[in-house]
Design a protein around this ligand. Structure first.
Ligand code: WQD
Length: 352
């Protein structure tokens, strides 16, 4: 069975993608320096799949260490590349750290793709490349706009680097997956999101407030020109996002890729407001969330959601989870983290 290298496989989307690839018959290895993830999440992957996944604890910014992985694994058929910093606010404060980490790691990886002739490359991109779109519902042809943050700029640059690389290395086929807002946890509740520090994203902020880790949550603005004044997003279950990666690899494996680089939007196609997301959480949890309406957050896109026809028709992608499932699994995961507080709290120094 084809071996897939998953970078950032100890992360949120990466760990869910390991599960989906294994369940679809792929052999997987992981590269993750655990600077922003916990290798113990691989125990959850093993719980679900019965497979133990090897993690190379390597910083992809170190070329020699990255090269050594490919020397040791001559049978890598494809790469799914998640490893990157992704906190929008932090990227504004530390742009050079984001440019260095997110771009040097990609360059080192592509040097190895060239050296070892790896045929399939799937890149973790984001709807953030669209900036504030003129029309809320975006297709893959919607023009990208100047990124709202250095994080978003590294995604735009990553896509551009991959297009130029593929032109000069036609033996490698590339797929760019633009995620909308990944939320929720695997239905087994064995893996889920492990935000570091105070969560920046909406759903972990909701669940951490509900569990009492945060005193209250702020809705950043309710005076936007939307149906209830709060921003509109396309929330998509992380397991649906994971399955799209497996389908992208299969698409490349079946030789269906055209013109070397293809882009796919990964969203449900449903726009949901922040306040509607809060209400959905209250419904599935049976709790009243302690939130206040605050000022708008700088850099926020007002309204964006996906036209996902292309992923559905060309990849055969069929997102299964609805908003209630997303909120319920996110809540169940938060409850599990509280119940097993020791599960992920071991000091990193004790981890292998
Ligand atoms: C969603 C909405 C906030 C927190 C970013 C990146 C994207 C991806 C996901 C990495 C906004 C509002 C949030 C809170 C709130 N990054 N909100 N109170 O900004 O759409 O997307 O994160 O994979 O690439 O661009 O996600 O969850 O931060 O915000 O009101 O405490 O929720 O203002 O309208 P975003 P988000």
């Amino acid at each position: 069975m084809a071996k897939i290298l998953v970078t950032g496989g100890c992360g949120y989307i990466g760990s869910h993608t390991l599960v989906d690839l294994i369940e679809n018959g792929f052999d997987v290895i992981c590269v993750d320096n655990n600077s922003r993830s916990n290798p113990l999440i691989l125990k959850g992957v093993e719980e679900i799949t019965g497979k133990s996944v090897k993690n190379y604890k390597v910083d992809l910014c170190n070329y020699d260490d990255t090269y050594a992985i490919f020397q040791e694994n001559r049978d890598i058929a494809g790469i799914v590349h998640f490893a990157a910093y992704k906190a929008v606010g932090e990227s504004v404060e530390k742009p050079l750290m984001y440019f260095e980490n997110n771009l040097v790691s990609l360059i080192n990886l592509l040097k190895c793709v060239q050296e070892f002739n790896i045929p399939w490359f799937v890149f973790s991109s984001s709807c953030t490349v669209y900036g504030n779109p003129d029309n809320s519902i975006v297709t893959e042809e919607t023009p990208t706009k100047p990124a709202e943050s250095p994080y978003g700029y590294t995604k735009q640059m990553g896509e551009g680097m991959l297009r130029d690389f593929q032109k000069s290395n036609p033996q490698t086929q590339v797929i760019l997956l633009r995620y909308f807002n990944p939320v929720g946890a695997h239905p087994s509740i064995q893996i889920g999101e492990l935000p570091i520090g105070k969560p920046q994203n909406l759903v972990p902020a909701i669940t951490q407030t509900a569990i009492g880790k945060l005193p209250k949550m702020t809705v950043f603005g309710n005076d936007y020109h939307t149906r209830d004044g709060s921003c509109v997003r396309d929330f998509i279950h992380v397991s649906d996002i994971a399955n799209a990666h497996t389908l992208a690899i299969k698409y490349l494996q079946d030789g269906k890729s055209e013109n070397g680089v293809e882009v796919f939007n990964l969203g449900t196609g449903n726009g949901v407001t922040v306040l509607e997301a809060v209400k959905a959480f209250e419904k599935v949890s049976g709790l009243k969330l302690n939130y206040e309406i605050g000022a708008r957050r700088a850099g926020d896109v007002i309204s964006i959601y996906a036209n996902n026809d292309k992923a559905k028709s060309k990849l055969g992608w069929d997102p299964k989870f609805g908003l209630d499932d997303m909120m319920l699994t996110a809540w169940q995961w938060e409850l599990k983290l509280k119940k097993d507080e020791q599960m992920f709290s071991e000091p990193k120094s004790q981890l292998n």
